[in-house]
Ligand binder design. Structure first.
Ligand code: NFE
Length: 470
């Protein structure tokens, strides 16, 4: 018996995204990840002052905006040959870290938990899928209390971000050349007191909730594995060693660690709505939409590492650094994301102590007539790349490859599925009317349809003649 299940728009993710799966005898036999937006920020940037890029690219997304400011400024500082001050780098990392934590916590409590724990049947949590609760009543009560508290804590993280970033989302604190707000003692104290609230929540709320969830659903360590290839560009520029990253880049191929080589990154578009189908490296990349019927089925391109398919995210960062020793299933992704919260809170405390209240936060410069630079840095969801080329003091070329483009990519030019598509194949479904397993595996990637793509098509798109996806 075979059945096709189409979920769109897919809820409890960031942005818009659709998923379609084929089921044979209660097992997923195939999957299609479908980006339904056209982003086109690259086109908007053409001919602009390069210093605007960190502001404009933040508008790609509301949940991870600061990561675009950070990576854009990182690429431009390379293009300008500019070294920033330790204070500038520390402040940028602190702003981004606040955003990373709010994003990870919102993902766990608002997106993941409703897939495993029956929440009170009230709006906006209804209608919901039907499944039986596995968590003992005591743990469920604590988790539901923390679900509510996480709203306050994530708001607090945005308030912290505002101390040094001016506003959230889409901060004004990260610039090409450093940061804007000097870290005076009042600001540092205010930040520190809020950070200690976040730290208590992570230790007394998130970590026990994570333990409870993961031990109640052990099969999700086996399900949702996919290719088992992990990739990280590295995270947090080292404030005291310009050019180095505090969390290093690297790859893990079926358990074997190896170096990350920027030159291997390319994007393929046989199955995406773009004109240039052949693999292109970031500096040659083009964003020329071409909506056509036939093979293409997504507005997300397929980023690849050479010819190979890699997923990216907190799991790659934690495994590469020896902080997590588990596997590559759906629960491993969720667990590693939680562990990263704990680690990042501790890092932030150290960075605050490293700030020099009187030290400069910004480095003066002139915008050069020509220059090129690539910023490879991990965002919360994994490797993010911004590539810029400057001619006559203006942006001549800009390309962005986001983590969700890696994870939610469609098939590539060799017909290989994207990581999320592959991770779904083989998953058993118990109840075809309530296929909870699909959401649990897909959401473990922390999908963002805004970042990944490039117009909403309200009429629906055709995968092939006669096969509508929406
Ligand atoms: Ni819109 Fe983002 C992150 C970026 S995409 S959430 O993290 O870049 O995956």
């Amino acid at each position: 018996m075979s059945k096709r299940i189409s979920i769109g728009p897919f809820t409890r993710i960031n942005g818009l995204w659709h998923l379609k799966v084929e089921v044979e005898n209660y097992k997923i036999s195939d999957a299609w990840s479908i980006g339904t937006n056209f982003r086109g920020l690259e086109i908007i940037l053409m001919g602009r002052d390069p210093r605007d890029a960190p502001y404009l690219t933040q508008r790609i997304c509301g949940i991870c905006s600061s990561t675009h400011a950070l990576t854009s400024s990182f690429a431009l500082e390379k293009a300008f040959n500019l070294e920033i001050t330790p204070n500038g780098a520390l402040l940028k990392n602190l702003i981004f870290a606040c955003d990373l934590l709010q994003s990870h916590l919102r993902h766990f409590y608002f997106f993941v938990i409703p897939d495993y724990v029956n929440l009170p049947r009230v709006n906006p949590l209804t209608p919901s899928l039907v499944f039986s609760d596995r968590l003992p009543q005591g743990e469920k009560s604590r988790l539901l209390k923390n679900y509510e508290s996480s709203m306050e804590i994530t708001q607090r993280l945005h308030e912290m971000l505002v101390i040094f970033g001016g506003k959230a989302p889409h901060n004004h604190g990260i610039l090409v050349g450093g940061a804007t707000v000097p870290p005076d003692a009042d600001k540092v104290r205010m930040f520190q007191s809020m950070l200690s609230q976040v730290e208590s929540f992570v230790e007394e709320g998130l970590l026990p909730d994570l333990e409870a969830l993961s031990s109640a659903y052990p099969e999700y360590y086996e399900w949702g594995k996919g290719y088992e290839n992990l990739l990280t560009f590295g995270m947090f520029p080292d404030p005291h060693n310009p050019g180095e990253l505090l969390y290093p880049p690297g790859i893990i191929k079926k358990g074997e660690k190896g170096p990350f080589q920027e030159k291997r990154v390319n994007e393929q578009a046989r199955y995406a709505f773009y004109q240039d189908k052949e693999p292109l490296k970031p500096r040659e990349g083009r964003t020329t939409p071409l909506f056509e019927k036939g093979q293409p089925y997504s507005w997300i391109k397929a980023p690849r590492y050479g010819e190979e398919v890699f997923e990216t995210g907190p799991l790659a960062r934690q495994v590469l650094r020896g902080k997590y020793k588990g596997g590559t299933g759906a629960m491993d992704r969720i667990y590693a994301r939680g562990l990263e919260c704990h680690e990042v809170v501790k890092e932030m405390d150290k960075w605050l102590g490293d700030l020099e209240p009187e030290g400069p936060v910004f480095t003066e410069y002139e915008v050069p007539a020509r220059g090129e630079g690539e910023g490879f840095l991990d965002a919360m969801r994994g490797g993010l790349m911004h590539s810029v080329k400057i001619r006559n003091h203006r942006i001549e070329h800009y390309q962005i490859i986001t983590p969700s483009a890696w994870n939610c990519s469609p098939r590539d030019n060799n017909d290989r599925r994207g990581p999320l598509e592959e991770a779904l194949v083989g998953t058993p479904l118990e109840d075809l009317e309530n296929p909870v397993e699909i959401g649990r595996i897909a959401r473990s990637f922390d999908v963002c349809g805004s970042c990944a793509v490039h117009m909403v098509d309200l009429k629906g798109i055709e995968l092939m003649p006669g096969r509508k996806l929406i």
